[in-house]
Design a protein. Structure first.
Length: 170
């Protein structure tokens, strides 16, 4: 496929309460934006682990978007803060795998921001078209890394749950 005819596939993890509703508003308002997004509705952007991003690339995505509620407006109080904290780790993992930073975006879009949502998709498509289709780099073991990140995340979540549940406190 030539770079001129390339249409990127973007996997978008969209918060149910804000960004997914923003995408819906863009649609019902007939705001034009590229049809390159494959939306995945999640209850909260804070639920999206770095391993999900790696898995999307592993399965053939050219770009990945995580979009949630604005800071201070999370339906689950601080889920979007978790997203904000994980973003540098996600970027570092992608960098280690040789995946260009233009292929990943994390943003906040409210339910009332249909036009902003459309602009985010326009920007992502433009940026990804500049770098071309995603191709796994030789020696880039994204499969193993995705599994390792998932197991570390699960272990950390289990430990956090034990601490919050009052266990192991003298």
């Amino acid at each position: 496929m030539s770079k001129e005819n390339f249409e990127p596939v973007i996997v978008g993890f969209l918060c149910n309460w804000c960004s997914y509703a923003g995408a819906d508003l863009a649609g019902v308002s007939r705001i034009q934006y590229p049809p390159n997004l494959r939306p995945i509705r999640v209850m909260c952007s804070g639920r999206v682990e770095p391993s999900f991003v790696l898995k999307a690339f592993q399965e053939g995505a050219d770009g990945v978007l995580i979009s949630g509620c604005h800071i201070g407006d999370c339906h689950y109080v601080d889920g979007n803060v978790k997203t904000l904290r994980r973003t540098p780790l996600t970027i570092k993992l992608l960098e280690q795998l040789g995946i260009e930073e233009e292929r990943f975006m994390q943003t906040w879009v409210s339910a009332a921001e249909g036009e902003k949502f459309a602009n985010v998709i326009d920007e992502m498509v433009t940026n990804i078209k500049k770098v071309g289709p995603y191709q796994k780099k030789t020696g880039n073991n994204i499969d193993a890394l995705a599994e390792e990140v998932l197991s570390i995340t699960e272990a950390a979540a289990t430990e956090e749950g034990q601490c919050k549940g009052g266990h192991n406190h003298g």
